[in-house]
Design a protein around this ligand. Structure first.
Ligand SMILES: Cc1cc2nc3c(=O)[nH]c(=O)nc-3n(C[C@H](O)[C@H](O)[C@H](O)COP(=O)(O)O)c2cc1C
Length: 323
């Protein structure tokens, strides 16, 4: 396995510049642990809908190993609603806490005082500046290709903009699913790749079998950025962050007609029962455009090792372009 040297590997003490995104609830303790054990950085996402006890169970799974390298992902507006999650994160003693989708300034001091590095996942120049002003250690530039909640700017334009804003290390997120993608963002100046959707098909992820089948069967044209699922569930997501999900009949019908959807009692009831019965013609599967590159289940270690090995080949080939 190659050994990379970037700001990410140096500051976190890891071998490979790859991070599994803290996807909730799919990135639990088993996935994060397997990713860390493979030499990358495993991230555990704290799910807004899970109790403190359920979150601590996932931490216990993750910490039942000798490897201390792991991170925790939090969401700014969820932290405001549930401030106790910060203490749970501090008690877990991660190397990195990442706060997405909002201003992290209220929490950076306490995390730094505990010796924890802080990153912020940002989606445009405005949010990058807010994170820089908050004093974070890393920026995660998250493009619109990403699965789950995200902004409207593509990964490559956003990465170029953010890399030029400061000297802070930047990790790229959104649409990275092969060594080519990892090599591309490292060559552009990122210190790592933040990879989500491909780990939905990791054997250790908490993705359901039916959802994994649908992800495998989807191509890159079959996702949509939508607020339908936040609105139908009454979630507190700020409007600017919509969620990228697989297209299905429900989202095709109600996307951009969310007010009508909410006025239709059948639509809301249908969604609720579909969520329980896991009927994904109606219920949501958040996933990014990289579904078009995914072909089946692998272990987290296999995913990490293939990304790293193929990226190393591409980077060496890239260096040969210079005569
Ligand atoms: C199913 C799913 C759930 C996600 N949940 C979260 C989350 O809770 N917090 C967060 O910061 N990002 C979350 N994300 C976004 C990821 O952090 C990351 O930006 C994204 O997965 C990277 O792009 P990719 O999916 O194309 O690899 C989620 C993504 C997915 C696919």
């Amino acid at each position: 396995m190659p050994h990379f040297q970037t700001d990410l590997t140096e500051l976190l003490g890891i071998r490979l510049p790859i991070v599994n995104a803290p996807m909730t609830p799919q990135a639990g303790g088993a996935l994060a642990g397997a990713v860390s054990d493979a030499g990358a950085l495993g991230m555990l996402g704290f799910d807004e809908d899970e109790s403190a006890e359920q979150i601590r169970e996932q931490i216990a799974i993750l910490k039942d190993r000798s490897n201390p390298n792991f991170g925790i992902g939090l969401v700014a507006w969820v932290l405001q609603k549930r401030p106790e999650l910060l203490q749970i994160a501090l008690d877990a003693k991660p190397k990195l806490v990442s706060i997405s989708f909002g201003d992290a300034s209220a929490w950076v001091g306490a995390l730094h005082d505990a010796g924890i590095l802080v990153s912020c996942q940002i989606q445009n120049r405005h949010w990058a500046q807010v994170a820089l002003d908050a004093g974070v250690d890393f920026l995660i530039a998250q493009g619109t290709e990403a699965g789950g909640h995200t902004g409207a700017v593509g990964t490559l334009p956003l990465l170029q903009i953010v890399l030029d804003m400061s000297d802070k290390p930047v990790i790229a997120a959104g649409g990275i699913a092969t060594g080519r993608g990892v090599a591309a963002v490292l060559a552009a100046g990122a210190c790592g790749a933040w990879v989500g959707t491909p780990f939905l098909l990791a054997k250790e992820s908490r993705t359901t079998t039916e959802a994994q089948k649908r992800i495998t069967a989807s191509d890159e044209t079959q996702t949509i950025l939508t607020s339908v699922y936040d609105r139908v569930q009454g979630k507190g997501w700020p409007k600017e962050f919509r969620g990228r999900a697989l297209r299905n009949a429900f989202v095709e019908k109600w996307n951009e007609h969310e007010n009508e959807m909410l006025a239709d009692a059948n639509a809301v009831a249908d969604f609720k029962s579909a969520k329980v019965s896991r009927d994904f013609n109606t219920a949501n599967i958040y996933a990014g455009q990289s579904v078009g590159m995914l072909h089946g289940l692998r272990s987290a270690r296999e995913i990490v090792e293939q990304l790293a090995a193929d990226a190393a080949v591409r980077l060496k080939e890239g260096a040969e372009l210079l005569t």
